[in-house]
Unconditional design. Structure first.
Length: 277
């Protein structure tokens, strides 16, 4: 992956957000925060929010900051056109937020049922580039519900999203996909929300990811300095802490390219794009 000439050596605060559409005591919204010093990301804080209201308060924390969020920001244009939904991002998100999850599931299932086997879900171009799930998928993983929960919060908080929404220029939101970074290091499974599936093999995969990050042996060429948090990244069998760090690495990569649209290529502003894809 080509690297432009980089600018200053100390970044503003950079965040990675591992999101859930159902925050609760057992599984919260996990945020990894730090700064880029030269080409190394120094992890400075790990936070977990167990409800949307505390996460909303965090979103309006004054900048400057850049954050990578692990949930889709929008839907495929082909799907939006098919359903005759609004084709401007703010109006689309407001409409989507007005629907219940049951209405979303029923609508998307009807679309899938009308499509040929092997091509049931419609993908955004950015999903295809990143290898991520279609944002209309409501199960395994339920990213359609993550979009339903997360994107309206970004809109309400008036963050800026390159190409998509002009909000507070001091708070920049980038769509991130941690699996894209993890798969560039290992194809082995490294996480599970089921305790019985949190095996030594998955811990070993987390260790291989952390070691590669520490040496910048991945396409994004940013080194991780996990400091006091290293053991927590390894011991968290859910992988939520590590996923938040992977999102922060992508936010750092985007910040390095802040003068070039945070590294995002030209794309459909309704669909959005995944940073680093």
């Amino acid at each position: 992956m080509s690297r432009p000439q980089l600018k200053s050596t100390l970044s503003p605060l950079l965040h990675g957000v591992d999101f859930t559409s159902a925050p609760r005591k057992a599984k919260g919204i996990t945020i990894a925060s730090g700064q880029l010093i030269d080409d190394a990301f120094e992890l400075q804080q790990l936070q977990v929010f167990h409800d949307f209201s505390s996460f909303q308060q965090w979103l309006i924390t004054p900048g400057p900051w850049v954050a990578g969020f692990d949930f889709p920001f929008s839907l495929p244009r082909e799907l939006v056109d098919l359903l005759n939904w609004p084709t401007e991002w703010p109006a689309l998100i407001q409409h989507y937020a007005s629907l219940s999850r049951e209405e979303i599931r029923t609508t998307f299932k009807a679309v899938c049922d009308s499509r040929p086997p092997g091509n049931k879900f419609i993908h955004r171009k950015g999903d295809t580039a990143a290898g991520s799930s279609s944002s209309m998928k409501w199960v395994n993983p339920p990213v359609a519900y993550m979009l339903h929960a997360g994107a309206p919060l970004l809109l309400d908080a008036d963050v800026s999203i390159p190409f998509m929404h002009v909000g507070d220029p001091q708070r920049i939101a980038l769509e991130a996909y941690p699996g894209m970074v993890a798969r560039s290091i290992t194809r082995n499974s490294y996480k599970s929300d089921t305790p019985s599936m949190q095996t030594p093999e998955r811990r070993a995969a987390r260790l291989s990811i952390v070691k590669a990050l520490e040496k910048a042996e991945h396409p994004y060429r940013i080194a991780l300095n996990a400091g006091q948090f290293r053991q927590r990244l390894l011991n968290d069998g859910s992988g939520d802490l590590l996923d938040a760090v992977l999102c922060a690495i992508l936010a750092a990569w985007g910040w390095q390219r802040r003068d070039n649209h945070f590294g995002l290529p030209a794309h459909d502003a309704l669909e959005g794009w995944i940073v680093g894809a």
